[in-house]
Design a binder for this molecule. Structure first.
Ligand code: APR
Ligand code: ZN
Length: 256
């Protein structure tokens, strides 16, 4: 099937589906300048993921200081949503894809206009205290770092602060992942975009929907769930997803 036919086939599935769940990974944010993890220029190809364990972060103040310095320069805080994020928000506005489950921590889906985003790996937009669970806007903590506090302590209890993301060694927030599973159990179509689908439990979300209905994978490289995809689209998410949103809009207009 040519790309055009593929777009129209998937658009027809989106329009006829009971409920479509969009599942995204770091690949959807690379076109916003944020590197992914396992792609050709992935982060895990440059640094050892073991550095990013919660155990190391809690044990070693030097790792915390290095993390806060890196956050000051992180491309995440200046990144803008790209055409892929905007297309997903359009699918929600068209009434065909109400929910986004993302592994990303950059907040770009919300910035693009998606209103119901389940962030299974948390978000860099907030800080959290590892001792008393106090939370606040990450900007407040970054301001303190810019002001000279190399490893800002919790304003309430003096405990260790980190971004409200899930690091290796940390459990996912139970209510968040349970909601994501509940949404998967209600969906009969999953569009999985920009993910190697290699990390669980997150990757169980597209698998559950694929087993109940259909899984469509949009990714630049092969993924761990290609074997069960109803359609495999090897394309840039920032190119394919807008074409999909256009095709869905055209199909819906025909029905009016
Ligand atoms: N268009 C399509 N695919 C892309 C694009 C793009 N513009 N850019 C990158 N990709 C693909 C890469 O080829 C890769 O297969 O996106 C995929 C991203 O996969 P990963 O880097 O493994 O990212 P992700 O699946 O989100 O990782 C899951 O692993 O390290 C943890 O917590 C981290 O949430 C992350 C989780
Ligand atoms: Zn605290």
């Amino acid at each position: 099937m040519g790309v055009d036919e593929t777009v129209h086939q998937i658009a027809a599935w989106v329009v006829e589906a009971e409920r479509t769940l969009v599942f995204t990974g770091a690949g959807i944010s690379t076109e916003s300048g944020i590197p992914d993890f396992r792609g050709p220029n992935g982060l895990w190809k440059k640094v050892d993921p073991k550095l990013f364990t919660i155990q190391n972060y809690v044990a070693d103040p030097e790792i915390r200081k290095r993390s806060w310095r890196a956050r000051l320069d992180s491309e995440m805080f200046d990144a803008e949503p790209n055409t892929g994020h905007v297309a997903i928000a359009r699918l929600e506005a068209l009434g065909v894809a109400p929910i986004v489950v993302t592994q990303n921590i950059d907040g770009l889906h919300q910035a693009a206009g998606s209103t119901d985003v389940i962030e299974v790996h948390g978000s860099v937009r907030e800080f959290v205290c590892l001792d008393c669970a106090a939370r606040g806007p990450i900007e407040d903590a970054l301001e303190r770092v810019r002001g000279g506090e190399a490893d800002p302590a919790c304003p309430d209890c003096g405990g260790i602060l980190k971004t409200a993301t899930i690091s290796f060694g940390q459990n996912l927030e139970t209510d968040v992942i349970e909601r994501a599973f509940a949404e998967a159990e209600k969906s009969d179509l999953c569009i999985a975009a920009g993910s190697s689908l290699s990390v669980t439990p997150a990757a169980h979300i597209p698998r559950i929907v694929g087993e109940r209905g259909r899984l469509v994978i949009v990714n630049a490289e092969p993924t761990d769930l290609d074997f069960m995809a109803a359609a495999l689209v090897s394309a840039q998410t920032g190119t394919f997803l807008p074409a999909l949103a256009d095709a869905v809009e055209a199909l819906l207009a025909e029905r009016v």
